[in-house]
Write a protein that binds this ligand. Sequence first.
Ligand SMILES: [Fe+2]
Ligand SMILES: [Fe+2]
Length: 449
Amino acid sequence: MPDIEIENIDIILKNINSGIKGKKLYPVGHPAIAASMTKAYQTLSELLKTNNKIFVGMAKDVMVFEEIPLMDAEKNLGELIHQINQREIEGIIFEKGLIQKEFFSFIDVLSEENALKGKELQNMLASKNILHITVKSISKRNILEVYNDAVNIVKETMNEIRMGKVPQSKEIIRLTDEMTELVLTNRDAMMGLTMIKNYDNYLFNHSVNVSILSIALAQSMNYPKADIHTVGIGGMLHDVGKTGVAEDIIRKPAGLSGEEWETVKQHPVLGSKITEKMDGLARLVGRIVYEHHIRYDHSGYPHTESTLHPLGMIVTIADAYDALTTLRVYQRPYHPVEAVKVMNNLSGKHFDPNTLKTFMSMLGFYPIGTVVRLSTNNIGIVTKLNPANNLSPTVKIVFGEDGKQMDKPYEIDLSKASGTPAIVASIDPLTKGFDIGQFFEEEAKTLTL
Ligand SMILES: [Fe+2]
Ligand SMILES: [Fe+2]
């Protein structure tokens, strides 16, 4: 791209800015506006002789002209920035071939009240024959994309460790922030995603699931934001030490030899050493990783006499729940209601009773992802909890009364309508050959950030 002089950027943007402002004050064709708009157009079309496209927009809250950041834009270009933000676009692309009429009509559109947003704005431009200006819509990610990004970053982290590097932490931190926010705003959908258990990539999905469950539990226990973030990172990284254990041992059905078992037991210590070397992580992360297999009664491994950290106890519980609900070579998965029962029997032994109590009330009587049979004989999946009524969550009906899979599943809130069916029992999804993980993947695709 040929160099662009700052002076020209100034002329273009300041005049566009005053053009938009002026349109609101003066009638069309007023000389005060015409002059500044003509000046902006001339300078812009001069640049478009040597550039095919010119982008003006926002990049992380800073206005940019092409790639050039304009630091004091807020002072002089307030109106333009306001238009870009309120119209939910990233910016404007001017293209080679732009004619004056298009440019003027565009300023007209931007000055109108009732601001059209994103794609609607783009359609409006096309309908007005403004063909050389495009607005770039903000690309909205869906929740599944965030989840998959998190799975990939765990995978990359473990690869870096295998190659002998100290892994980068920037992306882990960013994605944990994003997930923390999503657990706050879309908790039910995020809990649904933890039902994705990838048999082949067990460890990566498991790490993300443990992170989501830990974040949700820490939120339910009203921990401050910094602790919630720390526990989320701890969840993401709790098993990174398994990079030091041979793959065939990790995947082994059962009956590890004494020696093999000793290697597996190394992973919390190895993992905490790795996380302690990583940049920008709270010191506590290493301790959480170190303690995640130490039980409340101090059995488990590694052996320690010292008090366990409350955040570590959160990850221990999240880890156990995700492991129990996952199909393993040596274990059929427990469905959520069963898993909770198993864990409750270990309260005060493996798990801290208080933390476990909050975990269980957070999951509800029928946790999200439970397959239930209703009094109508329909079969559905619990998709949303009703905190006020534990026994009557919202269920998506996937099998009809005749036992056949529905073409169009629909949701019913069992707590609401009178005469709604009740849950008769929770059932094992395997008996219906139903893929719960895939079900929640599809659900999450429809939810954008
Ligand atoms: Fe572990
Ligand atoms: Fe684990």
